[in-house]
Design a protein around this ligand. Structure first.
Ligand SMILES: N[C@@H](CCC(=O)N[C@@H](CS)C(=O)NCC(=O)O)C(=O)O
Length: 214
């Protein structure tokens, strides 16, 4: 399998974590033509975003969540889906909340990164939305070891890299670490980072982001 991705991408990190947890070999390939918006890459994924998974028979799958679902379908073991229905519901609530309330606020903040074109009122409002979203995710994570109990699930593949993105975005606006006001998520993050696969993907992505910024 081939994953169109960059080491610094938190969304690619979601897919890379699922591949790693399942022990699937893959080749990581940078988007051709200089980036995800190049004509060459748009021919691969018209959405213009990484990651994209390309299977050995040429199927191309866009969107981190869809890639994880595909991997779960074709390689069900080790499973990223809890056995228990209530834990599956909790996992799905955490994922939907993350994707409905946290990730969109991060994307809107990205549009404000350039201080020259920044609207401070929008930034203030979006940090409010981000804090609300994180509080909602926190509700579903609660005090479990991982999002859906004692075993790593799809929700962890999606949440941990998104928390790394929060870590990266906040200082760009001179803001405090958002985990300071979300102690449950701060505790989750530290526990998750001690997991060998989650810790490895976190470390690689953080190092690539640091190199890109230096
Ligand atoms: N919803 C997408 C988001 C992917 C995404 O935003 N990827 C970023 C890199 S971290 C990207 O390719 N951005 C290129 C662009 O927007 O021009 C997913 O979950 O895969």
């Amino acid at each position: 399998m081939k994953l169109y991705a960059l080491a610094l991408s938190p969304f690619a990190a979601r897919a890379r974590l699922a591949l790693r947890l399942k022990g699937i070999d893959y080749e990581m390939v940078a988007p051709p033509g200089g980036g995800p918006r190049s004509p060459e890459f748009l021919a691969i994924n018209p959405i213009g975003k990484i990651p994209v998974l390309e299977t050995d028979n040429g199927l191309r799958i866009a969107e981190s969540e869809t890639i994880i679902d595909y991997l779960e379908d074709v390689c069900p073991e080790p499973s990223l889906t809890p056995d228990d229905a209530s834990m599956r519901a909790r996992m799905r609530n955490a994922i939907r909340t993350l994707e409905s309330y946290v990730t969109p606020a991060l994307f809107r903040l990205f549009k404000q990164i350039d201080p020259a074109g920044r609207d401070e009122k929008v930034v203030e409002a979006e940090f409010g939305q981000l804090a609300n979203g994180l509080a909602l995710v926190e509700h579903f994570v609660d005090d479990a070891e991982y999002v859906a109990g004692g075993a790593v699930s799809k929700a962890d593949c999606m949440l941990l890299p998104t928390l790394l993105l929060c870590d990266v975005v906040s200082p760009l606006f001179g803001r405090d670490d958002p985990m300071k006001s979300h102690p449950v998520l701060a505790g989750y993050k530290e526990k998750a980072r001690r997991h060998p696969d989650m810790g490895a993907i976190w470390g690689e992505t953080a190092a690539a982001l640091e190199n890109a910024g230096s």
